[in-house]
Design a binder for this molecule. Sequence first.
Ligand SMILES: [Zn+2]
Length: 98
Amino acid sequence: MKEMPSPPDAACRCLGPADLDEFGCLCTDAERACRAWARDGLVQPMTEEQRGWAVAEIRSMGDVVQQPESFDGWSDAALADAVLCAWLDYAEEMARRR
Ligand SMILES: [Zn+2]
């Protein structure tokens, strides 16, 4: 997993406010940002660099995840959601192969 270029600030969605105070956030900047884009949108759109990063993330997972022929015309939300799904599919596949 590569670092997202200039990840935007986004609220954590992995924990409720009470747990967040106690344990702190466990997710990465990229994960927080992708969840925000995928769920209710971030105010700022993805930059070209960030879209390129998202496509590279999905492509880097190879045949473990679904690979659309092209991501042209995908919304930021769809692209962010695809990254999150790819991470999840990849993690599940690696767990199966262990
Ligand atoms: Zn978090």
